[in-house]
Design a protein around this ligand. Structure first.
Ligand code: ZN
Length: 452
C-alpha cells in the first residue's frame, strides 16, 4: 500500500477514535485550527475581519465554521464551501437515566437518529459527552473565561467534555435458547424495553442510584453538587483499523460522516496559500435527526457568518447575494457502495464500488441537491486531480435518504452538489469504507481549494 494512503487512513482512524461525540469532533478540530494559526471568533462579539485572515466559529460546541478570507472580496470571487456533519446515530442517556431492576443497575436511553440497533448489542460500550458544571465567578482560570464567552447569558456555568475510554456498559443479547426464531425472524428490539444497557450489579454497600454521577464527578475531579446536567451518549470501545487482505478497507465507528469532515479539514489545512475566493468549511451537528436545531443545517449559522464576512467595511447585503451567486457548496456525506450479497438493492447502472473514487449523488425529487452544472463542476475537479468519479441514483422503487445539501441549498440559494465516499454498513456501530477513498476525496477537495 502506498505510504500516502496508509498515512491518510491512520490519520482518519486517529481522529475518529478521539472524537466519540460531536463535542469532541469540534474540540479536535479547534485544536488543529489553533495550531494552524486560525483565530477563534465568538458570535456575540464585534468582528474585525481582514483579507487573508483565517478564522473559526463554533455553535453549541457541536457545530463549526472555519474560513480563509480570499484576496478578492466575496462579491467578486464567491465562496468555496465544503459542508459535512459531526453527528452519527447512537444511543443517548435520558435526563434521569439510572434505575434498578432485578438486581441490575441500568441506564435509560433514547435512540438518536437512524441507528442500526442490533449492532449495538454485545459490544464493549463506554460513555462520552458534555457535562455542565457550576462555576465560581471569582476564579480567574483561563478555561472559565473561555467558557463565559461560550455561555454569555448563563454566566456561572462551564462545560467540560468527558469520555470514559473504558468499557462501562453492555446491551446483552438474549441467548438463542430463549429466542429460538431469532435467526429466521431477525432481532427485533423495542427501544424502551430492550436497549437500556447494564451498568452494574446492585451493591448494598455502594449507592447504586448515584453511581453514574459519582463516576462523572470522580472522572472530572469535581464535586457531585457542582454537576448541573449531563449530555452523554454511548460509544463503542473498539478502535478503528485498517482491514482486508491488502488493507483496502477501514473498519471504524462514525465513518458517516467523520470521514468527510476529516477529508475537508485536511484539504483546507494543506492548502495554506491565499485564494482569490473565500474558502469555508461548515460542519453541522444534528443531521441525523433532520437538521432542525439552532446549530443544525436548517439554522442560519452558515448564512450569518457568510453575511458577516460579506458585509465588512460597511457593505450592504447585496454583497452577500452577489457572493452566493458566484459560489459552490460541496455537500459531503457518505454514499452507498454496492453490497455483493444484496446487489438487487442498487440500480444496475449506479453501483458505486469501494476505492473507486467519490460518488456524485443525484435524485429527481431533490433529496440530493445535485444539478447539471454543480455535478459537472465536481466532475471537473475530479478530472483535474486525476481521481475517478462515480454516480449514484437510488432504485426508483426505494425511498431516497437525504443530506444537508438540499437544506443548505434552500436556505442560501447556493449552487450545490451532493457527493461522498462509498461505504458499507452505514449507520452500524461499526462501519466500513475504502482506505484509498479517503486520499481520493482529499485530493479532489485540495483541487477545489487551489488558488485561482
Ligand atoms: Zn451522513
Amino acid at each position: 500500500m502506498k505510504k500516502k494512503i496508509l498515512d491518510r487512513s491512520k490519520s482518519l482512524i486517529e481522529f475518529i477514535d478521539k472524537s466519540p461525540t460531536p463535542f469532541h469532533v469540534v474540540k479536535s478540530f479547534t485544536e488543529e485550527l489553533q495550531k494552524a494559526g486560525y483565530i477563534e471568533l465568538y458570535e456575540q462579539d464585534k468582528w474585525d475581519l481582514f483579507s487573508g485572515g483565517k478564522y473559526f466559529v463554533t455553535r453549541n460546541e457541536s457545530s463549526l465554521v472555519a474560513f480563509n478570507i480570499g484576496s478578492k472580496a466575496p462579491e467578486e470571487s464567491g465562496f468555496k464551501i465544503i459542508g459535512a456533519h459531526t453527528d452519527s446515530p447512537n444511543l443517548r442517556l435520558k435526563p434521569n437515566p439510572v434505575y434498578l431492576k432485578n438486581g441490575y443497575v441500568q441506564l435509560g436511553v433514547e435512540v438518536y437518529g437512524g441507528a442500526l440497533l442490533t449492532t449495538w448489542t454485545d459490544r464493549d460500550l463506554s460513555l462520552a459527552g458534555r457535562v455542565i458544571l457550576k462555576s465560581s465567578l471569582t476564579k480567574k482560570a483561563s478555561k472559565e473565561r473561555h467558557s463565559r464567552k461560550k455561555y454569555p447569558i448563563y454566566q456561572g456555568v462551564i462545560s467540560r467534555l468527558i469520555a470514559f475510554d473504558r468499557p462501562l456498559l453492555r446491551i446483552p443479547q438474549l441467548a438463542i435458547h430463549l429466542n429460538r426464531s431469532v435467526n429466521e425472524k431477525g432481532l427485533v428490539l423495542n427501544p424502551q424495553n430492550h436497549l437500556p444497557p447494564i451498568f452494574a450489579l446492585v451493591d448494598t454497600k455502594t449507592k447504586s442510584k448515584t453511581l453514574l454521577i459519582d463516576l462523572v464527578a470522580k472522572e472530572l475531579k469535581c464535586k457531585t453538587e457542582d454537576i448541573i446536567s449531563l449530555e452523554m451518549q454511548l460509544y463503542d470501545m473498539q478502535k478503528g483499523t485498517l482491514a482486508g487482505a491488502n488493507g483496502e478497507f477501514i473498519f471504524a465507528s462514525r465513518l458517516d460522516n467523520l470521514a468527510s469532515c476529516h477529508a475537508a479539514m485536511t484539504a483546507m489545512l494543506e492548502s495554506p496559500q491565499q485564494d482569490l475566493a473565500t474558502q469555508v468549511l461548515v460542519f453541522y451537528d444534528n443531521e441525523e435527526i433532520g437538521s432542525d436545531t439552532a446549530q443544525g443545517g436548517s439554522s442560519p449559522f452558515l448564512k450569518d457568518i457568510l453575511e458577516r464576512i460579506s458585509t465588512t467595511e460597511k457593505k450592504t447585503r447585496e454583497a452577500l447575494m452577489r457572493g452566493i451567486a458566484r459560489s459552490l457548496f460541496i455537500s459531503a456525506d457518505m454514499a452507498h457502495a454496492v453490497h455483493p450479497n444484496y446487489v438487487e438493492m442498487h440500480d444496475g447502472n449506479h453501483m458505486p464500488m469501494i476505492n473507486a473514487g467519490p460518488v456524485i449523488k443525484s435524485h429527481s425529487g431533490q433529496k440530493y441537491a445535485t444539478e447539471g452544472a454543480s455535478s459537472s463542476q465536481f466532475e471537473q475537479l475530479c478530472k483535474k486531480s486525476k481521481v475517478p468519479v462515480q454516480k449514484f441514483s437510488i432504485r426508483s422503487d426505494l425511498r431516497c435518504g437525504s443530506t444537508i445539501g438540499p437544506i443548505t441549498a434552500t436556505i442560501l440559494g447556493i449552487r450545490t452538489v451532493d457527493i461522498g465516499s462509498p461505504m458499507l454498513s452505514m449507520h452500524s456501530i461499526r462501519e466500513m469504507a475504502g482506505s484509498e477513498d479517503q486520499e481520493n476525496l482529499i485530493r479532489v477537495f485540495k483541487e477545489f481549494f487551489k488558488p485561482g
